[in-house]
Ligand binder design. Structure first.
Ligand SMILES: Nc1ncnc2c1ncn2[C@@H]1O[C@H](COP(=O)(O)OP(=O)(O)OP(=O)(O)O)[C@@H](O)[C@H]1O
Ligand SMILES: [Mg+2]
Length: 281
């Protein structure tokens, strides 16, 4: 089935440290279809990051099978894994992981420069388009230190998107952000997901998980619960309802003056979060 992005079968990961074995994953069977939006939850040490690292081809499983977008990952060597990772996956991390003293534009362009497929493309134009998609078209030349935390994370999301990956993996993307900025980032993930991007993110926070479509709960290296989100929240609506309006740079759309004008404009603005980027897609 070609709409399956991730299919794992009895995936395990054991870390050997000295005489100790840590069974971080003890048999994960997970199927993710294109267009899904999954929150992976679980207590500290339950295996979430290990699972993300294996799904992201940053680490190899000890046993089991992993089919990523039609490719049998367990058969690949290191170089092939790196190539697949670059082609199929975009990563977003808790700490943004942007290069300091490097512009937003250059940070986003970087994965394209690592692309070994030899395709000649206008990498600068692609990076500009990706930054436009996350509402940062007017911050191209800002360095990370000149951007807010939420803006830095949006640069990181643009960097994850620029290669047009089959899958975006995010490990605690809102972990370093205040609650309002977290909702703004989740509004962006929801908008991107609406455009068809498959998202798997790790979060500790139930308040963040309600924006996903499905919650996968990991405990002791196993999936203990896997269910659709009941009463799923719309992040743009939550921002509008609480009048916690995003800054005018959240999306290219109505100006800050509209937002200041009151409720009607607020709703319109929030709607832009979920629909605005679509035209640029
Ligand atoms: N490189 C490693 N070497 C040895 N053990 C490891 C390594 N990485 C993780 N572990 C162990 O594997 C288990 C799962 O760790 P993991 O980082 O996946 O947890 P997590 O669910 O992401 O936790 P957190 O919520 O704290 O980020 C833990 O017991 C951890 O100590
Ligand atoms: Mg972790």
């Amino acid at each position: 089935m070609d709409d399956v992005v991730i299919q794992t079968n009895a995936l395990t990961k054991t870390y050997e440290s000295g005489s100790n074995s840590v069974h971080a994953l003890r048999g994960i069977d997970l199927t993710v279809h294109r267009g899904e939006f999954i929150a992976v939850m679980g207590t500290s040490g339950s295996g979430k990051s290990t699972l993300m690292n294996v799904l992201g081809c940053l680490d190899t499983p000890t046993s089991g099978n992993y089919l990523l977008d039609g490719v049998h990952i367990e058969t690949l060597d290191k170089n092939q894994l790196a190539a697949i990772r670059n082609e199929k996956i975009g990563f977003v991390f808790q700490g943004f992981n942007l290069l300091a003293r490097t512009s937003a534009l250059e940070n986003v362009e970087l994965p394209l420069l690592y692309d070994r497929s030899g395709r000649k493309r206008d990498t600068k134009a692609m990076a500009i388009a990706a930054l436009g998609r996350v509402g940062l078209g007017d911050r191209l030349n800002h360095q990370p230190s000149e951007l807010s935390g939420g803006q830095q994370q949006r640069v990181a999301i643009a960097r994850a998107l620029v290669t047009e990956p089959a899958l975006v993996l995010a490990d605690e993307p809102t972990g370093n952000l205040d609650s309002r900025t977290s909702i703004e980032v989740m509004a962006l993930f929801q908008a991107l997901n609406e455009q068809g991007i498959t998202v798997v993110l790790v979060t500790h926070e139930p308040d963040v998980a309600v924006y996903a479509k499905r919650i996968v709960e990991v405990r002791d290296g196993r999936i203990r619960r896997d269910a659709p989100v009941k009463n799923r929240h719309n992040a743009a609506e939550d921002l509008a309802a609480a009048e916690l309006l995003p800054d005018d740079d959240l999306v290219a759309g109505p100006s800050a003056a509209d937002a200041a004008a009151g409720g009607g404009a607020s709703t319109e603005k929030a709607a832009a979060v979920s629909s605005g980027e679509r035209s640029v897609a």
